[in-house]
Design a protein around this ligand. Sequence first.
Ligand code: NAD
Ligand code: USQ
Length: 421
Amino acid sequence: MNGKKILVLGGDGFCGWPTALHLSSLGHHVTILDNLSRRRIDLELGIRSLTPIEPIDIRVEAWEEVSGNRIDYAVIDIAREYQEFCDFLAELRPDTIVHFAEQRAAPYSMRGPKEKRYTVDNNLSATHNVLVALNDLGLDTHLVHLGTMGVYGYSGAGFELPEGYLPVEVTDDQGQRHKRDILYPTNPGSVYHLTKSLDQLLFQFYANNDKMRITDLHQGIVWGTQTDQTRRHPALVNRFDYDGEYGTVLNRFLVESAVGHPLTVHGTGGQTRAFINIQDTVRCVELAVNNPPAAGSPVKILNQVAETLRVKELAQLVSSITGAEIAYVPNPRKEAEENELNVSNRHLRALGLDPILLAAGLLDDTIEISSRYKDRINLDKIPARTAWNEDRSNALGGQENADTESGDDDPQGQQQCQKAA
Ligand code: NAD
Ligand code: USQ
């Protein structure tokens, strides 16, 4: 095999696992590194994937059985175990790193001080450690990072959102005009989205200072669950989150339909968001891996999205297929009631992406999974209960965000500020 040596950070997660299988099926030599924190957060929150996911060792064994391809894996926390990570990288010397290893739920990141600090500490240390380690070891590895559309914010730009950079022109005192491409001004809507905005500055610095080759994929909300590879064996099934913290909107609506729960549209449902199917996530990563930027070029930023839709349009589409009732519930998040969203995805299209668009027929697979495992659904975990601020908490009836058990992932232990009486 002439494939590349690819390290998938966060390869046990929802996007990372099918990406690792996809890249392995293409003949690349894939290694997964994950600290399994997402599985621990499941325990902390008392939730579990709708689909019964196997432990990582069983997953990779099943893959070898059906494909004949071996995927190695290592359990390391890249945010906290820098030396172990460096030693591992020095030995592996990957051509490409695909970096999914961050805490990715906006509601989880807004639960309280512990989760806010954990999300910032974990995500920024993880990303910075990858950059420092590669630089320290002098490796010319191409880093492909999964970022988010949410860095642009949802205030309705009034024009098509460019891919990462905004061309600006400034006139100085002498009347001379200066053209620049600057990072698009970020406007994150949660602490999680804030970490992705800060990641962008880390990338910009290291691409400029050390000529590191970096691609940042600004991905929209991923829907679906299975891919061509995860369907090949029951032990390869992908994770499917449906709970109020980690479940994303379309997958939640499909699960809600399966158990006869009304579709929980937040506020007016006028929020427009970008979507992409999981099968296209893995294809886009393949395209990014195959097309690295040259050393010394700016970070290559691609918008990884297929289409945009309003949340209420999604609910109507699901309801038209499943007959589910739609409920407009108070919005726990601080976000605009309505926004326009017009996004360029020219780069990935030019590289060959022909995205799957949401149409009734294409939901069948996810509807089938939702009803096949509906006995595993815990109805108590469906409502989204984490309020973004006091105003939103009042809108939900004045309840406080739930405490989570303090686990190993809380880097500062149980420290907390005492509120004045
Ligand atoms: P996920 O939580 O299912 O997977 C993330 C994986 O990273 C988990 O397996 C977790 O254990 C691991 N991880 C986290 N911190 C780590 C650390 N310090 N060291 C080692 N491993 C660590 O999330 P996902 O949905 O697969 O998302 C993957 C990436 O894609 C995230 O960075 C997310 O921001 C981005 N993204 C996801 C979506 C989506 O809709 N799911 C959309 C846009 C962008
Ligand atoms: N929403 C509902 N009802 C629900 C759940 C969500 O109306 O039951 C609404 C939310 O209020 C929000 C929209 O749907 O307006 C999207 O919410 P989401 O939970 O599906 O997605 P989000 O929190 O934005 O985060 C997800 C991933 C994150 C990724 C992001 C891409 O969890 O990792 O970065 O999508 S993006 O949204 O493009 O920034």
